[in-house]
Ligand binder design. Structure first.
Ligand SMILES: NC(=O)c1ccc[n+]([C@@H]2O[C@H](COP(=O)([O-])OP(=O)(O)OC[C@H]3O[C@@H](n4cnc5c(N)ncnc54)[C@H](O)[C@@H]3O)[C@@H](O)[C@H]2O)c1
Ligand SMILES: O=P(O)(O)OC[C@@H](O)[C@@H](O)[C@H](O)[C@H](O)CO
Length: 440
């Protein structure tokens, strides 16, 4: 019988950190990406991460039961490489808001990273309820905000009150200009706490924009068995990822940061072109495959990408994207790398997982490409295939009426939509009925 991972059973642990990162949204991606970059940085030994789960305590409870240790498997076509990661020193239920307030108010904390999904930034009834709660906040009451952003707003206020100095917030979610999106989403919550809080955040908090990239699917029981075979430890918190990793960010860290560039991250003046390249080419193509793949009998990215019909849809979409991306971004190389990453059959990335929250994703990954193509006098048909496939899935086997397509597109776009685009998408849905069966 093998041991469970813990700091008592695992001999490799030897860190003496004196600086802290707080993370909100403890999931697989944080563990394969920000935690990995921090551990690899040349000053990584000086840093530790306190990580909070998002909606449920499960991920934090499971990781804390093994003292924050977990196995990271980097899986290429050539095989698996396992590392036991010790950079997360505490994993905490996100519902423990007092704990979060203490961590953010700790003067050793310099950076707060977030992976709270795209939906976490969209104004919602829950965020409104938190805004009202914060407006009448009684710090001694048990009543705490339920959203990640409501909790963060309160925690930033504790930092202000503690006089712990400036801090950087780094959104690591797949959104364009995610630093500005985070700042805008936090603002009503900070205003609700009070003008002093909002003013302090404006002066003392760095909002870093970042483009994050490492394909990290949800782990399976088979992955746990692989981890055990490779390390000799049982690990229900194992994370499997691809060998590739990229992190490009703006430099707005008023209290310092790990030397992430020594681990391969890029610190740049303007993140936007890198973000657009990644969000359109990678995430846009994923969104297209997640919409169109299941109708052709596919469950995983690699399978869908090997289907010649879908491969050609993706290539057509990439052709449209690259016309609107700067030439100096090495686009041919990026596309070739993506094709081999999508084709990595050792990484089983489920289309169902990627399809979550599809409309918010179509809005920022697909609609801008259609708009750019149409502004240049072309149809944007290849990008429109993603919209058509998404609406075809929703319509349950029926071809939706033109008016229904219009209202669905207007909901996705959050604005009125050109008649020609509605016609194009309606035609594509009709045509796709004839081609949705797999060819193999
Ligand atoms: N997995 C990847 O390959 C990958 C790559 C790049 C970026 N990302 C970004 O990271 C995010 C998380 O991915 P993951 O693979 O870690 O997912 P995951 O399911 O493993 O973890 C998601 C975490 O976010 C929390 N969460 C979910 N909805 C939330 C909400 N509305 N508000 C606050 N917290 C919420 C969950 O409780 C959990 O802690 C993605 O949505 C994406 O924006 C993921
Ligand atoms: O939920 P999403 O669409 O933001 O993410 C699903 C995948 O597209 C995403 O996880 C990619 O694998 C990742 O962005 C690669 O860096």
């Amino acid at each position: 019988m093998t041991d469970a991972l813990s700091r008592a059973t695992y001999p490799g642990v030897r860190r003496t950190p004196d600086r802290l990162i707080v993370h909100i949204g403890l999931g697989a991606f944080h563990r394969s990406h920000q935690a990995w970059f921090t551990a690899r940085a040349h000053d990584g030994d000086r840093w530790a991460i306190t990580a909070y789960s998002g909606r449920r305590p499960d991920a934090a409870d499971a990781l804390q039961a093994q003292d924050g240790l977990y196995t990271l498997i980097e899986r290429g076509e050539g095989g698996d490489r396992a590392t036991v990661m010790d950079i997360i020193t505490e994993a905490v239920d996100g519902g423990d808001v007092d704990h979060l307030m203490r961590s953010v108010a700790d003067p050793h904390t310099s950076v707060v990273t977030l992976t709270i999904t795209e939906a976490g930034y969209e104004w919602s009834d829950e965020l409104e309820a938190d805004r009202l709660l914060l407006a009448g906040v009684d710090r001694s009451a048990d009543d705490h905000p339920a959203t990640a952003l409501g909790r963060l707003a309160l925690a930033l206020d504790s930092r202000r009150l503690a006089g712990a100095g400036p801090v950087a917030l780094v959104s690591c979610d797949n959104l364009p200009d995610n630093g500005a999106v985070l700042r805008a989403a936090l603002r009503p919550l900070l205003d609700a706490i009070g003008p002093d809080t909002a003013a302090w955040v404006e002066e003392s908090v760095g909002f870093v924009s970042s483009s994050v990239d490492r394909i990290t699917p949800r782990s399976t029981t088979a992955d746990e068995e692989t981890a055990e075979a490779l390390t000799g430890f049982r690990d229900p918190c194992v994370v499997v990822t691809e060998p590739f990793a990229d992190w490009t960010m703006s430099d707005d860290f008023p209290a310092g940061r790990p030397a992430w560039e020594t681990a391969g991250a890029r610190i740049v003046d303007d993140v936007e072109p890198f973000e657009r390249r990644k969000l359109w080419l990678l995430n846009g193509a994923h969104t297209l495959l997640a919409a169109a793949g299941p109708g052709r009998g596919h469950a995983f990215v690699d399978e869908a990408f090997a289907d010649p019909v879908l491969r050609s849809s993706v290539e057509g979409f990439w052709d449209e994207c690259v016309r609107h991306l700067p030439d100096d971004l090495d686009l041919d190389r990026y596309r070739a790398d993506l094709a081999s990453r999508f084709g990595n059959s050792a990484i089983r990335h489920s289309l169902e997982q990627i399809a979550t929250g599809a409309e918010a994703k179509l809005r920022v990954r697909i609609l801008p490409v259609i708009a750019a193509e149409r502004a240049a006098g072309r149809s944007g048909t290849a990008a429109a295939v993603a919209l058509a496939a998404h609406l075809a899935r929703l319509s349950d086997g029926r071809t939706p009426e033109h008016a229904a397509v219009r209202s669905a597109l207007e909901r996705i776009a959050d604005a009125s939509v050109d008649d020609a685009v509605v016609d194009l998408v309606t035609d594509l849905i009709t045509t796709s009925r004839a081609t949705s069966a797999p060819t193999h």
